[in-house]
Design a protein around this ligand. Structure first.
Ligand SMILES: *Cc1c(COP(=O)(O)O)cnc(C)c1O
Length: 365
């Protein structure tokens, strides 16, 4: 029998979350962001459920090839554009739209021999200071692209640093809107947080929104809001079982470093899941977990292949009991991945993307 850990992908939840995003921005087209192998879910596993999107946005050319191989004929956007000149050949062959964020990418386009003019998304650095042309240089970049026979159509994009937080998006929207005022072309600004929180404003909504994490059932601005607030459903469950039970007496310690000390007699479950499965080692005593659908907590440190959980709230639990690390239990109880991530001092993105290769994955029937 295989080790009992298993990840399950939930297509109905993916469909539901995509519909939630659409309902928040009915007038915008939606890029389903499937970078990082669909945030750890597997592009092939999410494809059917996300076909209702208007396009797929991603980073790797190989991922773009996989989406085309699945039969997708609609738009695909490379969010970081091409990485070297010959990538443009693949863009021509597979009809990929690509971001243009630096002069080198324009140089490559200018030198590219093609019969098929390409569709590009010119990216502005409106304040995040990662990719894109500064507002001062944006219009010159636009004019260069506009003059190239290799370019069919120019759309305009930017990315927000604080869509999920207190600073918000207004300062970047102002810069973007002012700089692009009289330029033609479609606009794309919003990630999940901006789409759910700010996209009632047409200047934020633009023509295309780019939700990722919300599609994968996680609240983009947790803990300000949770998945219940946004009506999102978990798309990935990481489940396993209790391998053994230990009865502790006061003063007994648990695991490496003896970081947990029992204050009273208690039962703990030893669970088949560790950091080698992608569960964050920064979680420790107090991190939430479900045993037989009942919420309890980790005790002690996460080790490579095992964690230890407090069975006090679930006295009937024992050898073989179902343990939900995040997602949905058999009973229907939900443990949002956001809460586990917060307990480990990180974000849900990292947990889902880090699901380890050794964990078998199935798609819910
Ligand atoms: C990853 C990414 C997104 C999606 O962000 P979420 O927070 O997951 O919604 C949108 N736009 C760009 C440019 C990205 O790189």
């Amino acid at each position: 029998m295989p080790r009992p850990i298993l990840a399950t992908i939930h297509p109905p939840a993916l469909r539901h979350n995509l519909a939630r995003v659409r309902a928040a921005t009915p007038d915008a087209r939606v890029w389903a962001v499937v970078k990082a192998n669909a945030y750890g879910h597997g592009i092939e596993r999410v494809y059917e459920a996300l076909r209702g999107a208007d396009g797929f946005a991603l980073l790797d050319l190989q991922e773009a090839e996989r989406v085309r191989a699945l039969g997708w004929r609609g738009p695909i956007l490379l969010l970081e554009g091409v990485f070297e000149p010959r990538d443009l050949e693949l863009c021509s062959r597979l009809n990929l739209w690509h971001a243009v964020h630096c002069d080198e990418q324009i140089d490559w386009l200018a030198a590219h021999k093609t019969q098929v003019p390409q569709r590009v998304f010119l990216k502005m650095n409106s304040g995040m200071n990662r990719l894109g042309f500064t507002p001062q240089r944006f219009r010159a970049a636009w004019a260069r692209l506009e003059a190239l026979p290799q370019v069919e159509e120019i759309s305009l994009m930017t990315h927000f640093s604080d869509a999920d937080g207190a600073r918000g998006v207004a300062h970047q929207v102002r810069v973007f809107t002012e700089t692009t005022r009289d330029l033609p072309g479609e606009r794309s600004l919003s990630n999940s947080a901006a789409t759910l929180r700010h996209a009632t404003d047409p200047a934020v909504r633009g023509d295309w929104v780019r939700p990722g994490i919300a599609v994968y059932g996680s609240a983009p601005d947790f803990p300000a809001h949770d998945t219940a607030h946004w009506g999102l459903m978990p798309t990935m469950t990481l489940a396993t079982r209790v391998l053994a039970v230990q009865q502790l007496q006061p003063g007994d310690t648990v695991g490496y470093g003896s970081s947990f000390v029992a204050e009273a007699p208690m039962r703990i479950g030893i669970v088949a899941c560790g950091y080698a499965d992608g569960y964050p080692r920064h979680c420790s005593t107090g991190a939430p977990v479900l045993v037989d659908g009942v919420r309890t907590r980790l005790v002690g440190r996460v080790s490579m292949d095992m964690i230890t959980v407090d069975l006090t709230p679930v006295p009937q639990a024992g050898f073989g009991s179902e343990v939900t690390m995040w997602g949905r239990a058999a009973s229907g109880a939900v443990l949002p991945v956001d809460e586990v991530a917060a307990a480990g001092g990180t974000v849900s993105y990292e947990l889902m993307c880090a699901l380890a290769q050794r964990v078998p994955v199935v798609v819910q029937e």
